[in-house]
Design a protein around this ligand. Structure first.
Ligand SMILES: Cc1ncc(COP(=O)(O)O)c(C=O)c1O
Length: 410
């Protein structure tokens, strides 16, 4: 990097500043066009609130959800309806409460394994409950399972692990079969009440026609006798309405009973009418996949656009690497070490909001300061193009600054 190249990047940066952009690449939100796909939910019941079992969805009862929605949730999660419950509009809320209930049994001084880069809101739950986080890196075929096994074996205060097994947030990687298979035996290696939090948020969110295959954890856990120590989650947040969907939780029989007891202290039941609406609209997993193909038609060009800009602008520059997800909602980009915070700051000066650097790591601390999560779903293509161009310029400028600083200091 010489001074001329730096000056060139700086003038590109100053030109972009004049555009007064106001763009947001922060959270993985569906775009309005995606939300429109589910508008038939509104009014779909046409005044008919009767459930298959003859009961009335408008009334109290059934904290585990309406039977037809439990069936749908079981299809999403690859398990059985009697082991599956349906919650409100947030699976994250179910995760939080599951941890809350377990805290009584776990006591204080406990730890969780957090795979990184990962989902910031999982980490926030740990922070809230004072659970110490142990960071283990994600790899392209899932997490390093040997490292996980060793950690659990050595330290029995490790009581949980967060997993996003399919199209992981943010790397987009899916766990390979041997990883899932060995995961199912993890609870046998550690202390009492070790739980696997299997957040299958992107289970039906393919960006390609052929879905990546994920081994069924509940079947593996049943074989291993650990079914009460796994808890699986999914939701329709990025299938229907992100703010008004339904969520699913599936676990072993005793574990579900225990969670039901916990929930019953707080509420009589979730919104059954919304559950019924969703079953009327989505029907079953096969029909849901048809809806997801419509999402794919909207999302795929956005991912392709981001990837082609990154390739064109950074492809031969050795300043960053990034993932090529086949599903999910994110592209995970790694700058050279030490550049992520500065890049995000420079982009914000140009009016482009990115997820804060470090957010994909426990306590918001990325030891290499290199990971940036890109969420391409919400902006329209023209805005996305501008935002990613800004990002590419800012990565290069951050690197140029760092090179010049190095030269001046050295
Ligand atoms: C991995 C993961 N889990 C859970 C959620 C939130 O899901 P919900 O809307 O069901 O709470 C998200 C949202 O981005 C996510 O990425």
């Amino acid at each position: 990097m010489n001074t001329d190249e730096y000056q060139e990047l700086l003038s590109e940066f100053n030109e972009l500043k004049k555009e007064n952009l106001d763009l947001d690449l922060t959270r993985g939100k569906p775009s309005p066009k995606q939300l429109d796909l589910s508008n038939p939910l509104d009014g779909i019941l046409e005044g008919n609130f009767q459930l298959k079992d003859g009961s009335d969805a408008r009334n109290y009862g059934g904290i585990l959800g309406v039977p037809e929605a439990r069936q749908l949730g079981a299809e999403f999660l690859g398990t059985r309806p009697e082991l599956t419950m349906v919650g409100g509009n947030s699976s994250l809320n179910l995760m939080y409460h599951f941890v809350d209930n377990m805290m009584e049994k776990w006591g204080s001084g406990i730890k969780f394994i957090c795979l990184t880069p990962g989902y910031d809101r999982h980490f926030s739950i740990c922070e809230h409950f004072g659970i110490e986080m142990i960071d283990i890196p994600m790899e392209s075929s899932g997490p390093n399972i040997e490292k996980i096994e060793e950690t659990i074996r050595k330290d029995h205060s490790v009581k949980g692990i967060w997993c996003v097994p399919k199209y992981s947030n943010p790397s987009g990687h899916t766990y390979a079969d041997p990883v899932v298979n060995r995961m199912a035996s993890l609870p046998k290696l550690g202390g009492k009440d070790f739980k696997i939090f299997w957040d299958n948020a992107y289970v039906v969110h393919d960006l390609e026609m052929d879905s990546e295959k994920l081994l069924n954890l509940s079947k593996e856990a049943e074989k291993s006798g650990t079914d009460n120590d796994i808890v699986m989650f999914a939701s329709t947040s990025k299938v229907t309405f992100a703010g008004a969907g339904i969520s699913f939780l599936s676990t072993g029989k005793e574990s579900l009973l225990d969670f039901e007891k916990y929930l019953s202290r707080q509420m009589i039941g979730f919104d059954k009418i919304n559950q019924l609406r969703h079953v009327k609209f989505l029907k079953n997993l096969d029909e849901t996949k048809k809806l997801m193909a419509k999402h794919r038609a909207i999302l795929k060009p956005k991912f392709d656009l981001v990837l082609s800009i990154l390739e064109n602008k950074l492809g031969n520059k050795d300043v960053a690497t990034w993932t090529y997800p086949r599903g999910g909602y994110f592209i995970s980009l790694d700058t050279l070490p030490g550049l992520a915070k500065r890049t995000v700051h420079l982009a914000s000066e140009l009016g482009v909001k990115l997820t804060p650097a470090g957010a994909t790591f426990p306590y918001g601390l990325d030891p290499a300061d290199s990971n940036i999560r890109i969420a391409p779903s919400f902006p329209e293509l023209d805005e996305l193009e501008k935002a990613v161009n800004v990002l590419a310029t800012c990565i290069q400028l951050a690197q140029a600054e760092s090179c010049l600083k190095g030269k001046n200091n050295g």
